[in-house]
Design a protein around this ligand. Structure first.
Ligand SMILES: Cc1ncc(COP(=O)(O)O)c(C=O)c1O
Length: 452
């Protein structure tokens, strides 16, 4: 091999400076994102991560309130999960004749923690892949073609997942997408019934609590009624629990709050604790058989890395820890604590419009109360986020489809002291008068950019 230039070694890559890392990311990965991060002075170089903290080059800790968007429910780099992956490392990493010995065990573990008859799994690596598998299952099982989904829904960025995405902006750039897809408002049962009535809908896909839409909990009874309507009209109900699953909302799965069991559920993110990428779409034996249970169809569920031993080991150990440590119970307790503190903050700060969500999938919606409009109103949350990062060493972001809503989504191992620290920091940032926030933001490069 004659490389054109010297190839960067791993050793060198691990020791790049902050500016070198940013330059390479800018050139080879994502130029506009690199630009934005640089402007906000947020192209940090974190060199270590553990529990709810990441550490910069000087060893300073930053509290992570994003938890990899729900991927790090057990915190960064949980040792037991890393060890589990090492323990499985002598097995054939990819085996295309036969199957790895852990895959059936993981299917069994998932079936035993899920409610109802969700027992047959199609594995994959990322969330969008699980969504694709769920949508394919519905079409193949029903012979119908239409997909229904909700405004504000986020299901990933592959073509099928984007076709049921609740944001026009995300769909526009890469269209045309799948035909026969329709959007209805989240929480609207009349719209659901109207769309199901023609009996041509293969699947209705919905997040039990919307994540990227901005931590939106549907009206009481919505999921139960939606399930009854889907049953009545022969439509497969898919719950996307990729972000809400594995304790995030205070139950192992968000569907348990309402006692509703879908026909298919998609899971990923915290299934592998962020140590390994792994995803799954699980359905009943009856639906799986109807979709793929014949010799000419069973291999429609194959993917090279699906259910590889390292991914299965990470998932099996994650499930074991979740149970043993009652992580969903902890999330419920800490979620109640955080919500009370945030509600209390709301009474002090007119900038907070609403606190919402469930468990530790919380959102803080900000508004300027008509004081500002346009970019300032839109970017208030971004200003607060930037200040939390630089002044208080707290990492957070806004929800992808709702830039006014700050993400309060820490790992589920967070303590009351850490919640106190985060809420106090937010209190201090918000306590600066709105004008002061706007002045300080206006002076930053990102502020200048947004106004020009
Ligand atoms: C509810 C939901 N579904 C699907 C996805 C897509 O997962 P991935 O980014 O792994 O493809 C996400 C990611 O945030 C999500 O929150």
């Amino acid at each position: 091999m004659h490389p054109k230039k010297q190839v960067i070694t791993l050793e060198r890559a691990l020791n790049l400076s902050r500016s070198e890392s940013t330059a390479l990311f800018d050139k080879h990965v994502n130029h506009p994102l690199a630009g934005l991060l640089k402007l906000a002075d947020a192209d940090m170089r974190f060199t270590r991560a553990e529990g709810i903290y990441v550490y910069d080059e000087e060893g300073r800790p930053y509290m992570d309130l994003t938890a990899g968007y729900g991927t790090l429910n057990l915190g960064h780099n949980p040792e037991e999960v890393i060890k589990a992956v090492r323990d499985a490392q002598n097995l054939p990493a990819v085996l295309l004749v036969g199957f790895n010995p852990l895959i059936g065990a993981l299917g069994n573990a998932l079936a035993s923690i899920l409610p109802g008859d969700l027992t047959v799994a199609i594995f994959g690596s990322g969330g969008a892949e699980a969504v694709e598998n769920a949508l394919k299952t519905a079409r193949a099982a029903t012979g119908r073609r239409t997909f229904l989904s909700c405004g504000g829904a986020y299901h990933g960025l592959s073509f099928g997942a984007l076709s049921v995405c609740g944001s026009e902006k995300f769909r526009r750039a890469v269209g045309p997408l799948l035909e026969h897809c329709a959007l209805i408002p989240f929480g609207d049962l009349d719209a659901l019934q109207q769309n199901l009535q023609p009996k041509d809908v293969a699947a209705f896909i919905v997040e039990p609590i919307q994540g990227e839409g901005g931590a939106v909990v549907p009206p009481e009874g919505y999921l139960k009624a939606a399930a009854a309507l889907c049953r009545k009209f022969g439509t497969v109900l898919i719950f996307d629990e990729i972000q809400t699953g594995f304790g995030r909302t205070g139950k192992m799965f968000a569907m348990e709050h309402d006692g509703v069991v879908p026909d298919v559920v998609t899971l990923s993110k915290s299934l592998g604790s962020g140590v390994m990428p792994v995803s799954v779409s699980i359905t009943s034996e009856k639906i799986w058989k109807a979709a793929f249970g014949s010799r000419d169809r069973f291999d429609l569920t194959i993917s090279t890395f699906a259910g590889n031993p390292a991914a299965c080991a990470a998932a099996l150990k994650t499930i074991e820890i979740m149970h043993r440590e009652d992580i969903p119970g902890k999330a419920r307790e800490m979620g109640d604590y955080a919500r009370d503190k945030l509600q209390n903050l709301k009474t002090k700060h007119a900038l907070i419009k609403e606190i919402r969500g469930q468990g530790l999938l919380l959102g803080i919606e900000l508004e300027t109360g008509g004081l500002f409009s346009g970019a300032m109103e839109q970017n208030l949350a971004l200003m607060v986020i930037t200040e939390l990062l630089h002044k208080h060493h707290i990492l957070t972001s806004y929800y992808e489809f709702n830039p006014k809503v700050i993400r309060f989504e820490p790992p589920l191992i967070v303590t009351t002291e850490q919640i106190d620290e985060a809420v106090d920091a937010l209190d201090r940032v918000l306590a600066r008068r709105k004008q002061a926030i706007s002045l300080s933001f206006g002076k930053t490069a990102i502020g200048r950019m947004l106004h020009h």
